[in-house]
Design a protein around this ligand. Structure first.
Ligand SMILES: [Cu+2]
Length: 169
């Protein structure tokens, strides 16, 4: 039916174009109605009229920052005393460089994270030591003082390394 439209080119020669147009329009109307009826009948049993839009979901998987250069240096000051760490919890993101300034207020202490191969020297009161490491793997790690029974006495804390893929700020 669409081929008929090729004949409706304007030719300004009198009545014929008008009649052609009217005829074409009429045919289109009749054809359209007939097609609608037919298609209604034929598709009344089957619900194959779903129009699935093209996959728009791919864009949603874009990470806001995929530069690979987002690792930052996270610096913390952790105080050690008899027998606790302050603060007791630290949170960083996977891949971060972590810098910990371990300040000893009193006693003899150190700062150790076994899983990350982190350990300061044992330092005395009013000394401090800085240690840096990479939070290479997401997880929850305990930092503690390895001297005597300090760990059992509560000289410990939790370092949380969040997965990199986590969204949000
Ligand atoms: Cu200690």
């Amino acid at each position: 039916m669409e081929e008929d439209q090729q004949q409706t080119t304007p030719t300004k020669s009198g009545m014929n174009p008008m009649m052609l147009i009217a005829g074409v329009v009429g045919l289109l109307l009749i054809g359209g109605v007939a097609w609608m009826l037919l298609s209604n009948n034929s598709s009344s049993n089957s619900t194959n009229t779903q129009t699935v839009p093209p996959t728009q979901t791919e864009n949603n998987f874009m990470e806001p920052k995929a530069t690979g250069m987002e690792s930052a240096v996270k610096e913390f000051t952790v105080e050690g005393s008899n027998f606790k760490f302050t603060p007791k919890a630290l949170t960083v993101k996977e891949g971060d460089s972590v810098k910990i300034i371990f300040k000893n207020v009193e006693g003899l202490h150190d700062f150790v994270i076994d899983e990350l191969n982190v350990a300061t020297k044992q330092i005395k009161g009013e000394e401090e030591e800085t240690i840096e490491f990479i939070a290479s793997k997401a997880g929850t790690y305990e930092y503690y003082c390895s001297i005597g029974k300090h760990r059992e006495m509560g000289m410990k804390g939790t370092l949380t390394v969040e997965p990199k893929a986590k969204s949000g700020t």
